[in-house]
Design a protein around this ligand. Structure first.
Ligand code: PEP
Ligand code: MN
Length: 352
């Protein structure tokens, strides 16, 4: 829909617009109102170059697309009823809790295995463990290929699906070959479109889900959903969206908590929302409240850093991991919130 600056396009302007849209197989249908005329574009109106050419004219005020830009991820797309199965859990049917270390310490595999058993005992449905880590400083521990085996041992011993972050094609290949169930795309790579395409292609039809974090710099909700569209267009629609806090930070928290975008995401896309309170607030003591807030907002679950002895952890674990005891209490509370939420089913866009 083209909205001109003046109440009506001149004949010359109209002809100019018509000739452009015709290049893209579209037509113009003027809609005449009392005071203004607006111009509907009939055909594939999402053609970016066509839209940019029209927006380049000084006499055009706005171009409002009527069709959703998301062919696969839109709440009303043909995937609207798509369900994601991870292990024996169908995401959206009950709270999906992913828990475990920020980072696996390859020198202390038993500690990770101990935490894996403990988070299972606490009620987690999947285990997280960072094999490779995006670190602000190049001198910090970056993770280690050998930790993938420790992660897979945790899967074999607990029978739970496992989650780890991949940042490049080498890590992607190793994780897919090893049998990782959930590939995490971190905040720093949420806008790495070539990686997102690769992830979609390399995980298509392999029963591997993708947990896409929201980048710390992402503003518009559509930018987040568009990133997920890359993975779906690559061939894998098993995508969960993960708000994890944005910057600039809220003084006192690691990031600016953003679990409140959950209802907005759920209006626009069918994708489940799994919130990460650990990176959002960044301190163990705030994590339970942030996790409960996320569930109250309608999240399908949370991904929480949890460690049986946080002070012995590496990466983020010493400052933001909660212990399995706290996790157990949190999961009980989350289950209660899930029940309470059902009272609001009509008002809230929740999947349960
Ligand atoms: C993590 O999950 O440990 C992590 C690095 O997350 P993010 O990409 O959200 O910073
Ligand atoms: Mn972390």
């Amino acid at each position: 829909m083209i909205i001109p600056k003046e109440p009506k396009l001149t004949n010359e302007q109209y002809e100019e617009i018509v000739s452009i849209v015709e290049e893209y197989g579209c037509r113009i249908q003027p809609i005449e109102g009392h005071h203004r005329t607006i111009y509907a574009v009939l055909g594939e109106e999402r053609e970016t170059i066509m839209v940019n050419r029209i927006l380049g004219f000084d006499y055009v005020d706005r171009f409002d697309a009527v069709d959703s830009p998301f062919k696969l991820m839109d709440a009303h797309s043909e995937l609207a009823h798509h369900k994601i199965k991870i292990g024996d859990h169908i995401v959206g049917e009950s709270p999906f809790i992913i828990a475990g270390h920020c980072t696996i310490d390859p020198k202390n595999p038993n500690m990770f295995l101990e935490s894996a058993h403990a988070v299972k005992e606490a009620g987690a449905k999947a285990i997280r463990g960072g094999v490779w880590k995006p670190r602000t400083m190049p001198y910090s521990f970056q993770g280690d290929d050998s930790s993938i085996q420790i992660l897979m041992d945790a899967k074999a011993q607990t029978g739970l699906p496992v989650d780890t972050e991949v940042m490049d094609e080498h890590q992607l290949k190793l994780a897919v070959e090893a049998g990782v169930d959930i590939l995490q795309i971190g905040a720093r790579n949420a806008l790495n479109y070539s990686l997102l395409k690769q992830v979609g292609q390399q995980t298509a039809d392999k029963q591997i889900a993708v947990l896409l974090k929201r980048s710390m710099g992402m503003g518009p909700i559509n930018e987040f959903i568009a990133a997920s569209e890359y993975i779906a267009a690559g061939g894998n629609p098993d995508i969960m969206l993960c708000p994890r806090g944005t910057s600039p930070t809220m003084d006192g928290y690691r990031n600016y908590p953003d679990e409140c975008i959950t209802p907005l995401l759920k209006e626009k896309t069918w994708a489940p929302v799994i919130v990460d309170p650990s990176h959002s607030v960044g301190r163990a003591k705030y994590v339970p409240s942030a996790a409960m807030a996320a569930m109250a907002y309608g999240a399908d679950g949370v991904i929480v850093e949890s460690h049986c002895d946080p002070k012995k952890g590496i990466g983020d674990d010493p400052k933001q991991s909660i212990t399995p005891d706290v996790l157990k209490k949190l999961i009980d509370d989350i289950n209660q919130i899930w029940e309470i939420r059902k009272h609001y089913r009509k008002e809230m866009v929740v999947t349960a």
